[in-house]
Design a protein around this ligand. Structure first.
Ligand code: 8IG
Length: 281
């Protein structure tokens, strides 16, 4: 890796690169400012079209600092959507995972770009394993808090950001008024890309986790640093290792995601238009 971002942007600060990406998005979409941003993980991809009218779809590799996604099932598009009330949502379908090895700057570039486009609310979604046995494949779960086991941070230098209420209580409440069935859980981000051992899943549970995954926590921290309000949602695609009898397969994970897509799309289409105008922090 030639620099800490791993992307050949050694001469630019993360903020400058995000600002550059945001102006490219404004140029290519014709939308000057976005209000809400969403990162759609495994299973959540179909939601974009249902949130509103698609104004522009931009291949991620045309936007500074983005790379087309390495994972099958991730689209690699930035989609600008116009809501019925005239607000604009930016859907980031190009997530860089920590395990890809491009550094934390690359992992959180999408979030920083979203903030630079003007978005005050960041909706982070993912596919994840269920540690809590009540959380079964196909179930969406609200993230109430996280435990970051990556031993990394997107913050550089003496940047002491408060993470109390990182996953906005009022946005969680809003989601639960829309779907009163929604459970909440603490998300544990492991570095991956291997799934956990059963012992690691037991550990995640003992330290207070209910969901395990390989994304989101680092992005949520960067979103908070950028002054955004965060809503986190996991789709449980599999019981975490050792919680059920069977072994994990990526194919099973993708299939659970495909099966749940219509329900998740409907959930997001209901939530997004009701998100508040301004971030509350
Ligand atoms: I989808 O069981 C998905 N992502 N760490 N563990 C971790 N990440 C995941 C899992 C899982 N399922």
């Amino acid at each position: 890796m030639s620099n800490s971002s791993g992307q050949g942007h050694a001469d630019r600060s993360p903020a400058d690169l995000a600002a550059e990406a945001a102006s490219t998005i404004a140029e290519l979409s014709g939308v000057e400012q976005h209000d809400i941003a969403l990162t759609l993980g495994s299973g959540w991809g179909r939601a974009a079209e249902q949130i509103g009218e698609v104004v522009a779809q931009i291949p991620a590799d045309q936007v500074p600092g983005f790379r087309s996604s390495a994972v099958v099932g991730h689209s690699g598009l930035l989609t600008s959507i116009r809501l019925a009330d005239g607000r604009h949502a930016l859907v980031i379908g190009a997530r860089t995972h920590f395990y890809e090895g491009h550094g934390v700057r690359a992992v959180v570039h999408g979030v920083r770009t979203a903030a630079a486009t003007g978005a005050r609310i960041m909706v982070l979604t993912n596919g994840a394993g269920g540690v809590d046995p009540r959380f079964t494949p196909g179930m969406p779960v609200l993230i109430s808090d996280h435990i970051n086991l990556t031993a990394a941070s997107p913050l550089e230098g003496a940047t002491f950001v408060d993470l109390t209420d990182l996953y906005s209580p009022r946005l969680r409440m809003l989601a639960r008024t829309i779907d009163p069935q929604l459970h909440e859980g603490v998300y544990v981000q492991f570095p991956g890309p291997h799934y956990e051992t059963p012992a690691e899943v037991r550990y995640a549970g003992i330290i207070g986790g209910q969901i395990v995954g390989m994304s989101t926590a680092l992005e949520a921290i960067a979103a908070r640093e950028a002054g955004m309000e965060v809503l986190g949602l996991s789709l449980i695609t599999n019981a975490a290792a050792g919680i059920s009898e069977s072994a994990l397969s990526h194919e099973e994970v993708l299939q659970a995601g495909r099966d749940a897509e219509p329900r998740l799309a409907a959930l997001l289409a209901d939530i997004v238009p009701q998100l508040p105008e301004r971030a509350e922090r």
